[in-house]
Design a protein around this ligand. Structure first.
Ligand code: NAD
Length: 289
C-alpha cells in the first residue's frame, strides 16, 4: 500500500520504519532534514513537501506536535490534495475540538478519517508495540485497523471522531494524578520510618495498588526497573505529561466536567516543568515531595 507519512520525529520515525518493514511503500515528509534523512535510511522515500508526499497515496498518517499544526497541515496540504479514496489517520495527541474539526472537514471533502492517538513512548513506537485509541466511523475504523496493527500491539475503537483523543487524555489524567498520589505515599511512608521496598510489597498487593507503583515505580531500587533507576532519564517526559494534562483541562472546560484532581495534577506538573524539569521522566516529581 502507498502510505504517506508526515512527521518523522521521535515517535513518527519508528512508526514509519515499521510500515516499511511491513512491506508498505512509505512516502515521507518532515520539515526537518535530519528526520527525513533518518526515514530514508529506514527505507522510506522522502519528498520536498506534504503535497508531493500525499500525491497518489492510499493512506496518509500524521504524527505531529500539536492541534494547530495538524489543522494547518490537513487544511493546506492534505485535504483536496490526497486522493479522496485515501484513508486519513492522525496519530498525534491533540485537543478533542481540533480533532473533530479536522475530521469534519475531511468527511465533508469525501474522505474517511480517524483520530488514532497512541499510548506508549519512543521505545514502543520503535518496537511496534503502541496502543492506538481510535475515533471514527465503523467503516473508517475497519480500514484503519490493519494499518495501525503494523505499528502497535492493540488497536481499540473508542467511538466517533474525537473519541480517540478523549480516551487518551482521560487515561493520562488518571496517570498524572495517580503518579503524584503514589509519589506522595512513598515520600510519606519514608518520613514515617517505613522501608520503601516493604511499603511496595504491601501496597502493591493492597487497595493502594496503582500502575504508577507496580509498573513504573518512582522510587529507585524498588519494584521493576524504571526511569527512576536511570536518574529519571528516558521514559515519558514531564513536558509531554504537562501537554496532555493541559489538553485534558481544556476538554474538561468545554465539556463542563469537574476535574479537581486532574486540575491539581496539572498545576503541580506545570510548576515542576517551570522549575526546569521538563526533560525528566514524569515520575521525577517525587523529588518535590
Ligand atoms: P517530535 O517533536 O519528536 O516530532 C514531531 C515531528 O513533526 C518533528 O520531526 C517536526 O519536524 C515535524 N513537524 C512539525 N511541523 C511539521 C509540518 N508542518 N510538516 C511536517 N513535519 C512537521 O514529537 P514526538 O515525540 O514524535 O511526538 C509526536 C506526537 O506524538 C505528539 O503529538 C506527542 O504528544 C505524541 N506522543 C508522544 C509520545 C512520546 O513519548 N514522545 C508518546 C505518546 C504520544
Amino acid at each position: 500500500m502507498k502510505i504517506a507519512f508526515i512527521g518523522l520525529g521521535n515517535m513518527g520515525g519508528g512508526m514509519a520504519a515499521n510500515l516499511v518493514k511491513a512491506g508498505h511503500e512509505v512516502r515521507a515528509f518532515d520539515l526537518s532534514d535530519e528526520a527525513a534523512s533518518r526515514a530514508r535510511d529506514n527505507g522510506a522515500q522522502t519528498f520536498g513537501s506534504v503535497r508531493e508526499a500525499v500525491d497518489g497515496a492510499e493512506a496518509v498518517v500524521t504524527m505531529l506536535p500539536n492541534g494547530a499544526i495538524v489543522k494547518q497541515v490537513y487544511s493546506a496540504d492534505v485535504i483536496g490534495h490526497a486522493p479522496t479514496t485515501a484513508l486519513l489517520l492522525d496519530c498525534s495527541t491533540i485537543d478533542v475540538a481540533s480533532a473533530r474539526e479536522v475530521a469534519a472537514a475531511a468527511t465533508a471533502a469525501g474522505y474517511d478519517m480517524v483520530d488514532a492517538p497512541v499510548s506508549g513512548g519512543i521505545a514502543a513506537a520503535n518496537g511496534g508495540t503502541l496502543t492506538f485509541m481510535v475515533g471514527g466511523t465503523d467503516p473508517a475504523f475497519a480500514r484503519a485497523e490493519p494499518i495501525l496493527a503494523r505499528m502497535g500491539k492493540a488497536v481499540i475503537h473508542a467511538g466517533q471522531a474525537g473519541s480517540g483523543q478523549a480516551a487518551k487524555i482521560c487515561n493520562n489524567m488518571i496517570l498524572g494524578a495517580t503518579m503524584i498520589a503514589t509519589c506522595e505515599a512513598f515520600a510519606m511512608a519514608n518520613k514515617l520510618g517505613l522501608d520503601g521496598q516493604t511499603f511496595f510489597d504491601i501496597a502493591s498487593k493492597a487497595s493502594g495498588q496503582t500502575w504508577s507503583m507496580t509498573s513504573y515505580c518512582p522510587v529507585p531500587g524498588v519494584g521493576p526497573t524504571t526511569p527512576a533507576d536511570n536518574g529519571y532519564q528516558g521514559g515519558f517526559a514531564t513536558a509531554l505529561m504537562l501537554k496532555d494534562l493541559k489538553l485534558a483541562m481544556a476538554a474538561a472546560k468545554d465539556a463542563g466536567a469537574q476535574v479537581p484532581m486532574g486540575q491539581r495534577a496539572a498545576e503541580l506538573y506545570d510548576a515542576f516543568d517551570k522549575a526546569g524539569n521538563g526533560g525528566l521522566d514524569f515520575s521525577a516529581i517525587i523529588k518535590t515531595l
